[in-house]
Ligand binder design. Structure first.
Ligand SMILES: NC(=O)c1ccc[n+]([C@@H]2O[C@H](COP(=O)([O-])OP(=O)(O)OC[C@H]3O[C@@H](n4cnc5c(N)ncnc54)[C@H](O)[C@@H]3O)[C@@H](O)[C@H]2O)c1
Ligand SMILES: [Zn+2]
Ligand SMILES: [Zn+2]
Length: 343
């Protein structure tokens, strides 16, 4: 089969013919319908510090976000059948640790990541533990199915901050932030203030239903949000920028008793005045690491199936698998939304 393989340290990857995966106990073989490039793939592709320090064994097949059809069942698989239409959760739980046995397998102590610690889905076929292959409705287009994994992070952030009827901010409008705007719209947020430093992405946020877009290079975003909420501040914010300054601005814009969902991964520690920004504010802060297995999947499937959640504008490029270099260039430049690769 054809696959995009990261063969050695240094920038880039190659498209080549590789052996078909051989199934082990509890695994399924999937035929990839569509896959999406994520920031994590980008890290591995350019082989930066993060990639070098995350126990990645080379050579490896890149990619972890995909929609697919189940084509073969490994020994012991009972929850799926050949022909099922699925999307994949990247979090591979051990099934035995404290978290796995207490309903939090998405933050398993021995978590492995599909396409990071295993061969991934930028290929014609992939193998994945059956627990990570989630059946999705046929009404969801394969290109949309390919981005359910990141979408789930954004949906879950909205569940955690209870955005219905609230004035919320989404900070950072890359793919994750844009999908958080869509989800906030679907959940019935009253006002959605989208903040970024990139006007192109703010344009997509507007299209997805942001009530106000704020370019933080052109104004003080915290002051702007306080002004828009008549001096009260936002009920909640979701950070999808990973930028420490932007996160601190979010706290400044947060009202007393407000909620914060943190998705973005800052590259350095953040210094914050806990007294004024958290304690006296009685702020609730929640970290979001992926999707809850499987509540988040159910919510997002239901919303998409009923046409209540629109993320079409987030997908800006659909390319053939062999054009992956172009796809990685587009992702790298931060000019597009999601880039899809179709084998
Ligand atoms: N927690 C999780 O499970 C999880 C999952 C996926 C991604 N992530 C992280 O979430 C973040 C978003 O992912 P993405 O793929 O959308 O990344 P991205 O880099 O495409 O998007 C980040 C956005 O933040 C904007 N930004 C940068 N500085 C800013 C500032 N000062 N103010 C406002 N906006 C600013 C950028 O212009 C960009 O549009 C990343 O940090 C990523 O590592 C976390
Ligand atoms: Zn991803
Ligand atoms: Zn576990």
């Amino acid at each position: 089969m054809k696959a995009i393989v990261k063969e050695c340290a240094g920038i880039g990857a190659v498209l080549k013919d590789v052996e078909m995966p051989v199934l082990c106990e509890g695994e399924v073989l999937i035929k990839i319908k569509a896959a999406a490039i994520c920031g994590t793939d980008q890290h591995i592709y350019v082989w930066n510090n993060w990639a070098q320090n995350n126990n990645i064994n080379l050579p490896t097949i890149l990619g972890h976000e995909c929609s697919a059809e189940v084509v073969e069942l490994g020994p012991g698989v009972k929850n799926l059948k050949v022909g099922d239409y699925v999307a994949c959760d990247t979090h591979i739980p051990c099934g035995e640790c404290y978290q796995c046995r207490n309903g939090e397998q998405h933050i398993c102590q021995n978590l492995k990541l599909f396409g990071v610690h295993t061969n991934g889905c930028f290929a014609e076929y992939a193998k994945i533990p059956a627990v990570c292959a989630v059946k999705i409705p046929e009404s969801i287009h394969p290109n949309i199915g390919a981005v359910l994994e990141p979408l789930g992070t954004s949906v879950r952030a909205n569940v955690e901050i209870q955005s219905s009827g609230k004035n919320i901010a989404v900070i950072g409008c890359g793919p994750i932030g844009l999908m958080a705007v869509s989800a906030a719209r679907a959940f019935g947020a009253a006002n959605i203030y989208a903040v970024d430093i990139n006007d192109y992405r703010l344009g997509i946020a507007k299209e997805l239903g942001a009530t106000e877009v704020i370019n933080s290079t052109q104004c003080n975003s915290a002051e702007k949000m306080c002004e828009l909420t008549n001096g009260v501040g936002v009920d909640a914010f979701i950070d999808a920028s990973g930028n420490t300054f932007a996160i601190l601005d979010g706290f400044k814009a947060l009202r007393k008793g407000g909620k914060v969902a943190l998705i973005g991964l800052p590259s350095r520690p953040l210094e914050i005045d806990l007294g004024s920004q958290v304690v006296f504010k009685e702020a609730t802060i929640i970290g979001i690491h992926g999707r809850r297995m499987f509540e988040t999947w159910t919510v997002m499937s239901n919303l998409l199936d009923k046409g209540l959640l629109n993320i079409d504008p987030v997908i800006t490029h659909v390319l053939k698998l062999e054009d992956f270099e172009k796809g990685f260039d587009i992702s790298q430049q931060g000019i597009g939304g999601k880039v899809i690769l179709v084998p």
